[in-house]
Design a protein around this ligand. Structure first.
Ligand SMILES: *Cc1c(COP(=O)(O)O)cnc(C)c1O
Length: 382
């Protein structure tokens, strides 16, 4: 039986050698590879500034901290996302104001954003759900009308572009994740991109204790000052070395994802019991094709655990993005009192979807195996 895992890091000879080379040298942090990775990432995305950090979550948190957002402030967040998108707001002491998804793509429903804006709103965050570009032109117009910055959570959006412009540059800043099952990995790691030089300088300072000189910039050991509060959210040289090698391969990873997604969507066509969330490219936007998420019809939705188990028994790994809308998770439900009937679109996506893998560890033939397995598994539970 061929095992088809949901995700698998693509680590090869080049990555292994790059990490070993770091270990053989004297520098594990504050070294040249972190700088090189930032420069390469800026060039890849077309950003003026790229600031590496220890995770996407760290980057999101840094951004709100840098803007001085805090208690008494509100930030708009999609309900259908990773907990990190909302946690970053809570970590600075601000209130998370959730907005439901739109059913076709799972992206935040921009029609609902304006009603969520109050006098206390300080920023809008947006997620490119499963790598599909959110409606940034409308969101930008709305944000500009209210004088609000936009933070793009680009954890699943490397390679996502609108009219050629990379995700993260349509808002005021974008945060990427290099967690193992994302499009490319540094084990743990993240990157913030922005075209705002002042913001970039602030993020760099606050990423490393607000110490005003890195060790390499000091004329003598100990010659530095602490100009504010900050974190230790740096990326290290081992992670950066991995990132440099992964970034060289990312276009080939994205092409494999596109081919797999296209084949899988075509093969799923005509299965009556399901529909598919549209995470593909459009005339104007390029998707990063994180996965293909299907929705079970009402009759089958309650049987999802059985279908997932039957697929797993046949070697096919699946996932759910995301298991519950963030406002329905205990921390948020207890704090804000969101009822089960709230965010109905996100709740339906969470409650009835199965995410199928399309990563570069898989082939187009695997996509056909996945569909055969899905059909057998649906039969088995009926
Ligand atoms: C994975 C993910 C994150 C968290 O990324 P880390 O690098 O693990 O902090 C944040 N947002 C979204 C949408 C994600 O998918």
């Amino acid at each position: 039986m061929r095992v088809i895992p949901f995700g698998k890091p693509m680590i090869g000879e080049a990555e292994r050698n790059a990490v070993l080379a770091v270990l053989e040298g004297p520098t594990l942090v504050h070294g040249p590879r972190t700088k090189d990775f930032e420069n390469a990432f800026a060039e890849y995305t077309g950003a003026e500034h790229a600031i590496s950090c220890s995770s996407c979550t760290a980057g999101l948190h840094l951004y709100y901290f840098a803007l001085g957002i805090g208690p008494g402030d509100e930030v708009i967040v999609p309900a259908q996302t990773h907990t990190a998108t909302a946690h970053a707001v809570e970590l600075v002491g601000a209130r998370t104001v959730f907005v439901d998804a739109e059913p076709r793509t799972g992206n935040m429903d921009v029609d609902l954003v304006e009603a969520a804006i109050t006098a206390r709103t300080k920023a809008i965050s947006v997620v490119h759900y499963l790598g599909r570009m959110a409606d940034m032109p409308r969101l930008r117009a709305l944000a500009d009308k209210h004088g609000l910055p936009i933070l793009e959570d680009c954890a699943l959006a490397i390679g996502t572009r609108l009219d050629g412009k990379h995700a993260g540059l349509l808002g005021d800043a974008g945060c990427f994740s290099f967690y193992p099952v994302k499009h490319m990995t540094t084990a743990e790691g993240g990157m913030v991109i922005t075209n705002n030089a002042d913001l970039a300088a602030k993020l760099r300072l606050q990423r490393a204790f607000c110490v005003d000189r890195t060790p390499g910039e000091r004329s003598m050991p100990g010659i530095y000052d602490v100009v504010g509060l900050g974190f230790n959210y740096r990326m290290n040289e081992l992670e950066a070395a991995l990132g440099i090698e992964q970034l060289r391969r990312v276009d080939s990873f994205l092409e494999a994802r596109r081919a797999n997604y296209t084949a899988l969507a075509a093969a799923l066509h005509g299965i009556d019991e399901i529909s598919v969330i549209d995470s593909g490219s459009t005339d104007r936007s390029q998707s990063s094709h994180y996965c293909l998420s299907l929705l079970l019809n009402d009759a089958l939705a309650a049987k999802r655990p059985g279908i997932v188990a039957a697929m797993k028994a046949r070697g096919v790994g699946t996932s759910v993005y995301y298991p519950r809308p963030v406002p329905h998770m205990s921390y948020y439900k207890n704090k804000y009192g969101h009822g089960e009937g709230s965010f109905p679109v996100a709740a339906r996506l969470s409650g009835t979807s199965i995410a199928l893998p399309v990563g570069p560890h898989l082939t187009v033939e695997d996509m056909h195996s996945i569909v055969d397995t899905l059909k057998e598994s649906i039969c088995e539970v009926q």
